[in-house]
Design a protein around this ligand. Structure first.
Ligand code: FES
Length: 147
């Protein structure tokens, strides 16, 4: 497919601001061609790469990690379903970790998270005298330690 899109069209279709698209391009996460006018033109498959970037960021991957993943895609053709499958298999574990974190966060809104604040009535039971601090910094029960 050779259809080329302007940066405005890509922005509208992807929901990503043109400034962010230019930033992604500076980071070599996406590529454009230059029209005779010098304006950027993107091949339509870039939309899938942008969706990948946006969701990978939500999962918690850094731009460097995303770049490493995208570099595994074939440079000379639009990635196939199989190419994407290979990529997503690597971050399934990351998604599972994120789901667990979010579930702990959700529960942590009403439960003691072992953060050292000792401000809830439940902290006296779950974290007496800030016992959780012995395990390290941060909200210990929220990041995975059992109360
Ligand atoms: S919520 Fe902070 S120590 Fe319990």
């Amino acid at each position: 497919m050779s259809e080329l899109l302007t940066i405005g069209e890509v922005s509208r279709r992807s929901g990503v601001a043109a400034s962010a698209l230019r930033f992604y391009e500076e980071r070599d996460l996406i590529n454009s061609e230059r029209a005779g006018s010098g304006h950027r033109r993107y091949p339509r498959p870039v939309l899938r790469r942008i969706a990948f970037i946006v969701f990978a960021q939500r999962v918690g991957l850094t731009l460097d990690e995303i770049g490493e993943e995208l570099a595994k895609l074939p440079p000379d053709r639009a990635p196939t379903r199989r190419d994407w499958s290979r990529l997503s298999s690597k971050w399934t574990g990351r998604i599972d970790e994120r789901i667990e974190e979010l579930e702990r966060l959700k529960a942590g809104l009403t439960e003691c998270i072992g953060c050292g604040c000792l401000s809830l009535d439940r902290c006296r039971m779950a974290n007496p005298d800030d016992r959780a601090a012995a395990r390290g910094p941060g909200p210990r029960y929220w990041i995975g330690d059992a109360p």
